[in-house]
Ligand binder design. Structure first.
Ligand SMILES: Cc1cc2nc3c(=O)[nH]c(=O)nc-3n(C[C@H](O)[C@H](O)[C@H](O)COP(=O)(O)O)c2cc1C
Length: 159
């Protein structure tokens, strides 16, 4: 099975999650884990599994991830199993009255990533997932790397 994990990361937390997913898949598949800037559009072709992850920034993925997803031609992911993840801050950790209702409406990065992958013809095999950081620069909350590894195992069992 050929799998690619594409991620973006500003402070390194999403990178750690991507590596944990890659390591977890790695024992049973041909896996590449690549930062978005190192991915050429043609590397998205001919895969069995494509997993895309981004930090949530302003309720959305980073521009680099959005641009890569936009470059996927219609039906370019036909026959590819896809999954999406993000990193995010828990609402419980935000001391604001304004943000929670906005988050309710606009959400996090993983869902729009998943929507784009589906638009490209990919088959979404697991719901979009979010992994929590303690604050803007991290660190990841305790147990999130393990949760990422488990999430990858579910992907493996579904693909
Ligand atoms: C400009 C900016 C916008 C952000 N917007 C959101 C947001 O809308 N929702 C959220 O949960 N976290 C938000 N965050 C926190 C990021 O999700 C957090 O920095 C990210 O998970 C860290 O991942 P990284 O280390 O891979 O960059 C924002 C952070 C920055 C700097």
């Amino acid at each position: 099975m050929k799998a690619l994990i594409v991620y973006d990361s500003v402070f390194g937390n999403t990178e750690q999650i991507a590596q944990a997913i890659g390591n977890s898949l790695g024992s049973q598949a041909e896996v590449n884990t690549l930062r978005v800037g190192d991915v050429k559009p043609e590397q998205l072709m001919g895969l069995d599994v494509l997993i895309v992850g981004s930090p949530t920034r302003g309720f959305r993925p980073t521009p680099a991830i959005s641009n890569l997803l936009k470059s996927i031609p219609k039906n370019g992911l036909e026959g590819v199993k896809v999954a999406a993840f993000d990193t995010r801050i828990s609402m419980n950790d935000i001391d604001s009255r304004i943000l929670p209702p906005l988050v309710k409406v606009f959400g996090y990065a993983a869902k729009p990533i998943a929507d784009r992958l589906k638009k490209g013809g990919g088959e979404l095999i697991i719901p979009p997932e979010g992994f929590f950081v303690e604050g803007t620069e991290g660190p990841l909350k305790e147990g999130e790397l393990e949760r990422a590894a488990d999430w990858a195992k579910q992907i493996m069992s579904l693909s």
